[in-house]
Design a protein around this ligand. Structure first.
Ligand SMILES: CC(=O)N[C@@H]([C@@H](O)[C@H](O)[C@H](O)CO)[C@@H](O)CC(=O)C(=O)O
Length: 305
């Protein structure tokens, strides 16, 4: 299978709501076109940034449908289908396949701390339910399970597994997943945006990230610096990106509330976040303006480089 199409910058799509907090088809489409015009390679739909954990099956299906109608054939689309039960994950996987998604991905089982044999069976049953390639989503800080090399080696023998979306913090994990197989046979996506450059240098082929959507220009530029060997510039732009991420995470509310407020200031209203995540309020709304200015100035600074 040609894995080239999975290389590049893949924003994790944000959940888009109307003013009543319901999933908005119109706003989802607007966000899709906004990111498409920025020149990203693809989208990761319905993951953490898609607030999958706060949405019903029907809402998640609706988002999958709207995104594929807007961008199928234009961008590479990866559907995150992980859900609390294997049954629901398979429903989403089959639905994504019917919509023409390019690949699937899933977190491990959540809530109960299950043994690796159950985690193996969960992922295997999802990936065997369709003909699509599958990327394991390793995000121990939210799921409590860190993909072991042993389980990875077992999973990779399944023809559907084409790599890992790795959001664990040690970049060493990226190198270890690559070293466990023939490195050209899999794609590893870097997950922590604060380490995009480090992840790429340790062997990640691509990136999927929750902050790409609010500053795609900067991640595309970082990718350009890496792929053209301009490593000094790559580390400098990573530091500038990190200043922005730290600012986005410093407000009372969630990082996603802050991102959505910045996008609003950019003229793109995709609504708020779902409770229990808090909206941005009070003095923090002023701080969002400062963050927007920081993002704009950083984009301007690196545009011409
Ligand atoms: C723990 C976490 O949420 N990690 C994010 C990062 O992109 C993260 O938002 C970023 O590094 C800022 O901390 C992604 O890996 C999540 C992601 O891609 C998704 O939305 O599925």
């Amino acid at each position: 299978m040609d894995l080239e199409k999975f290389k590049g910058v893949f924003p994790a799509l944000y959940a888009c709501y109307d003013d009543d907090g319901e999933v908005s088809q119109e706003r989802t489409r607007e966000l899709c076109y906004y990111l498409y015009k920025k020149g990203v390679q693809g989208l990761y739909v319905g993951g953490s940034s898609g607030e999958c954990i706060y949405q019903t099956l029907e809402e998640r299906k609706l988002t999958l449908k709207v995104v594929s109608e807007a961008l199928k054939g234009k961008l590479i689309l990866i559907a995150h289908v992980g859900a609390p039960s294997t049954r629901d994950s398979i429903i989403l996987a089959k639905y994504a396949e019917s919509l023409g998604y390019d690949a699937l991905s899933s977190i491990p089982p959540i809530y109960f701390k299950l043994p690796e044999n159950s985690i193996y069976r969960y992922w295997t049953e999802i990936m065997d339910s369709t003909e699509l390639p599958f990327f394991i989503y390793n995000i121990p800080q939210t799921t409590g399970y860190n993909l072991s090399i042993d389980l990875f080696k077992k999973l990779i023998t399944n023809k559907h597994v084409k790599g890992v979306k790795n959001s664990s913090m040690p970049v060493l994990d990226i190198e270890r997943f690559k070293a466990a197989v023939n490195e050209d046979d899999i794609i590893v996506f870097n997950g922590p945006d604060e380490q995009f450059v480090a992840g790429r240098l340790m062997g990640a082929d691509s990136g999927i990230g929750g902050t790409y959507g609010v500053m795609p220009e900067l991640f595309l530029k970082a990718e350009e610096f890496i792929s053209t060997g301009r490593l000094k510039e790559a580390t400098i732009i990573q530091a500038a990106i990190n200043d922005i991420i730290i600012a986005l995470c410093s407000l009372n509310g969630s990082m996603y509330s802050a991102i959505k407020e910045v996008l609003k200031l950019n003229g793109l209203n995709i609504g708020g976040v779902r409770s229990p995540m808090d909206p941005i309020s009070g003095d923090d709304l002023e701080k969002v303006k400062t963050i927007k200015t920081l993002i704009d100035n950083t984009i301007d600074k690196y545009k011409a480089m």
